[in-house]
Design a protein around this ligand. Structure first.
Ligand SMILES: Nc1ncnc2c1ncn2[C@@H]1O[C@H](COP(=O)(O)OP(=O)(O)O)[C@@H](O)[C@H]1O
Ligand SMILES: [Mg+2]
Length: 309
């Protein structure tokens, strides 16, 4: 069963008498045990979608099902089984870390909440700031408290909206491990947004690309990267690069740069073209002193989609 199902979801806002569509009829499903990524430029509608799914704002139209139920009609059945964490989530500034977590433990009706809070404080390395008021926390500490809040009730449906913003690389890596372990050890589904592509690639089973309120494509990172067929190759040769340039042009390869001993060219990943071109270069006896092949990354795809290409 899909743990999250969304059909034709629409949300418009009106501001100063003008209507704008933030979410424009999107449909997707997140399967049990899946980490599903939401990617898209600022203002694409990711947070608005999550806010509708978590009941924070009302949809205009469409259908939402969480764990098989429509939350609007069965709020009591689903509310304690989901949770959300975002770096922008307003925790109470005047309460300490521990007090904030206690409040959420009560909201979610967590049994053995003391043990659960201890466990989360250990997990997110918050021992030192446990008794500190949230207003005094660094942004990274704040983010970790928000993550602890998101896991307090061991949700089966977890929404993580830019939840790693502000973390240093070490903590961000630990957090990804916590998320992966949590997903593995619990019967749950995660909807994950982030602007860090490597993070999305590492964590997500599938990715939905959103732009202007619409989902443009849903696929695995692997398949998305295949959408761009060009590899960029940089070669430094021992001799002057003019001969190499000629060879590449004879092979119908697009040469972007050729000066002194360096050549940069683009070659498609289809039909073993890259392999064939490299083979030819070696066969002709060119002596390479450096070789760098840049394959398309999720960043390249993101930029293309964000620019409407
Ligand atoms: N409460 C609101 N009132 C008016 N416009 C809003 C409101 N919330 C979001 N928006 C607009 O909806 C669009 C989508 O925003 P959002 O879902 O936050 O995007 P994302 O999370 O993908 O960056 C943006 O243009 C944003 O300005
Ligand atoms: Mg957002």
């Amino acid at each position: 069963m899909a743990y999250i199902e969304v059909e034709n979801l629409v949300k418009t806002f009106s501001e100063h008498g003008k209507k704008m569509t933030a979410v424009d009829g999107i449909s997707f499903a997140v399967e049990k045990g899946e980490i599903f990524g939401f990617l898209g430029p600022n203002g694409a509608g990711k947070t608005t979608t999550i806010n509708m799914l978590t009941g924070l704002i009302k949809k205009d139209s469409g259908t939402i099902r969480v764990l098989g139920y429509e939350p609007e009609k069965n709020w009591e059945l689903v509310k304690n089984q989901m949770n959300v964490s975002t770096a922008y989530f307003p925790l109470s500034d005047v309460l300490t870390v521990e007090q904030n977590l206690k409040v959420y433990a009560r909201i979610f009706n967590v049994k053995n909440y003391k043990e659960r809070i201890d466990e989360l404080i250990r997990m997110f390395e918050l021992e030192k700031v446990r008794k500190r008021k949230v207003v005094k926390l660094s942004s990274g500490e704040n983010t970790r408290v928000s993550l602890a809040k998101g896991l307090i009730n061991k949700p089966r449906v977890l929404f993580l909206d830019e939840c790693t913003v502000g973390l240093d690389p070490d903590m961000a890596e630990k957090t990804r491990t916590i998320i992966k372990d949590y997903q593995k050890n619990n019967d749950c589904s995660i909807l994950f947004t982030s602007h860090y592509m490597y993070e999305v690639e590492e964590l997500c089973d599938r990715i939905a690309f959103m732009s202007d309120g619409r989902i443009i494509r849903i696929d695995t990172a692997e398949n998305l990267k295949r959408l761009i067929k060009k590899n960029t190759v940089e070669i430094a040769v021992r001799e002057n690069a003019i001969g190499l340039k000629k060879l590449l042009e004879d092979e119908n390869v697009s040469v972007l740069f050729a000066e002194n001993s360096s050549v940069i060219f683009e070659v498609t990943s289809e039909n073993d073209k890259l392999f064939k071109v490299m083979n030819k270069i070696f066969k002709q006896g060119f002596m390479l002193s450096n070789l760098h092949i840049k394959k398309p990354t999720l960043d390249d795809i993101f930029i293309k989609i964000a620019r409407g290409k």
